[in-house]
Design a protein around this ligand. Structure first.
Ligand SMILES: [Zn+2]
Length: 332
C-alpha cells in the first residue's frame, strides 16, 4: 500500500503555507483523487480541497501518528463544510455522528408519537425523555462540528471546536444520568434530588473546565482522562446505593436493570480502551487511514452506548408505569 505520495490532485486554492501547489495533471483526472492505496476511487471532490500526510499538517492537528495520510488542513470555514463530501481520514468520523444524530432525532420523534402515549407517559416523562435524547443529539452535533472544522486554518478555531467536542461528551454523559437517576430513584424523592443535583453540579463543573482552552493542553492529557473516568464512574455510587435500598439482588427490578447498567459500562470501557490505545492502527500504521481506525470505533461505540442506555431508560420508565410506587418515601 503506497502512502504519502499522490498525484492527480484537484485544483488547489486552499491556503497552504508549507506545501507548494502541484500542477493539475489533466482534465480527465480532476474527478479522481488518489488516496494512499485506494487509488482511483471515483470521489467527487469540490475544488480547493487537498489532502496532506501526517508530516505536512500543522502541529496542533498531529494527534495520531499511526494515521499517516488523508488529512485535510489549512482550510477556511467554507471549505471545511465542503469537505463533508470528500473522502478524507475524517469522513467516517463525521458521518458516523451525523447518522448518530439522525438516529436519536428520529427515535425521539417516533417514540414521542407512539411509544410514550402507549405507556401512559406523563408530562414529566416527556421532559425527562426529551432531556436524555436532546443531550445525545447535542453530543453528536458537537462531535460532527469538531471533526468538520478541526482542519480550519486558524488554530484558535480548531481548538475551540475541540473544546466543544469534549464538552459534548459531558453533555452526552448528562443525557445518560438524568433518565437513569430519575427512574431508578423514582419512588425515593430525597435521593433522586440528591443525585440529580450532584450529577448536574459535577457535569457543569467539568463542562466549564472543558471549554477552557488550557484544558486541552498536552500536559493535561492524563488529567482529562482521569476526569472523564471519574464523571462516568461516579454513576456506580448511585447504582450500588439503589441496589441496596431496592432489596438487593432478590429484587426483580434489580435483576432486570443491573445487567443493563453493566452493559453500558462495558460498552463505555471498550470505547475508552480503543480511544486511548489507538488500536488497531497502532499495529497497521498507514493502513487504516480511512477505514477501521480506533477513533471510528470509539464513535460507533458511543452511538451504541447511548442507544443502549436510551432503550434501558425506556424499559425502566415503562416499568415504573406498570408497577407504581408503594410508598413515596421508603421504597425505591
Ligand atoms: Zn471524535
Amino acid at each position: 500500500m503506497t502512502l504519502g505520495g499522490r498525484s492527480g490532485q484537484t485544483k488547489t486554492d486552499s491556503y497552504s503555507p508549507t506545501m507548494p501547489q502541484k500542477p493539475q495533471k489533466s482534465a480527465q483526472t480532476s474527478h479522481y483523487i488518489e488516496l494512499g492505496g485506494y487509488q482511483y476511487w471515483p470521489v467527487l471532490v469540490p475544488r480547493g480541497i487537498r489532502l496532506y500526510t501526517y508530516e505536512q499538517i500543522p502541529i496542533y492537528l498531529r494527534e495520531n501518528p499511526y494515521i499517516t495520510d488523508g488529512y485535510r488542513a489549512y482550510l477556511p470555514s467554507r471549505l471545511c463544510i465542503k469537505s463533508l463530501f470528500i473522502l478524507s481520514n475524517e469522513t467516517v468520523n463525521i458521518w458516523s455522528h451525523v447518522l448518530g444524530f439522525l438516529l436519536f432525532f428520529f427515535v425521539g420523534v417516533y417514540n414521542m408519537a407512539s411509544v410514550l402515549p402507549a405507556i401512559g407517559a406523563s408530562k414529566e416523562d416527556y421532559v425527562i425523555y426529551s432531556i436524555g435524547l436532546f443531550c445525545f443529539q447535542l453530543c453528536m452535533l458537537c462531535s460532527v462540528g469538531y471533526h468538520l472544522f478541526c482542519c480550519h486554518r486558524s488554530e484558535k478555531t480548531s481548538r475551540r471546536w475541540m473544546a466543544l467536542d469534549y464538552a459534548g461528551v459531558s453533555i452526552g454523559i448528562l443525557g445518560c444520568y438524568v433518565p437513569g437517576v430519575f427512574y431508578t430513584f423514582y419512588c425515593n424523592n430525597y435521593w433522586r434530588q440528591v443525585y440529580l443535583v450532584t450529577v448536574l453540579a459535577m457535569i457543569l463543573a467539568v463542562f466549564f473546565a472543558q471549554i477552557h482552552p488550557h484544558y486541552l493542553s498536552k500536559q493535561w492529557k492524563q488529567l482529562r482522562l482521569l476526569i472523564f473516568c471519574l464523571v462516568a464512574g461516579y454513576g456506580l455510587i448511585p447504582t450500588v446505593h439503589w441496589i441496596c435500598i431496592t432489596g438487593g439482588f432478590s429484587s426483580e427490578l434489580v435483576q432486570a436493570f443491573v445487567p443493563r447498567v453493566l452493559g453500558m459500562y462495558f460498552i463505555a470501557s471498550l470505547a475508552l480502551i480503543f480511544y486511548v490505545s489507538k488500536v488497531p492502527e497502532r499495529y497497521f500504521p498507514g493502513q487504516l487511514n480511512y477505514l477501521g481506525s480506533s477513533h471510528q470505533v470509539w464513535h460507533l461505540l458511543l452511538v451504541l452506548m447511548f442507544y443502549w442506555w436510551h432503550q434501558s431508560s425506556c424499559f425502566i420508565m415503562s416499568y415504573r408505569h406498570s408497577q407504581p410506587c408503594l410508598d413515596t418515601s421508603q421504597h425505591a
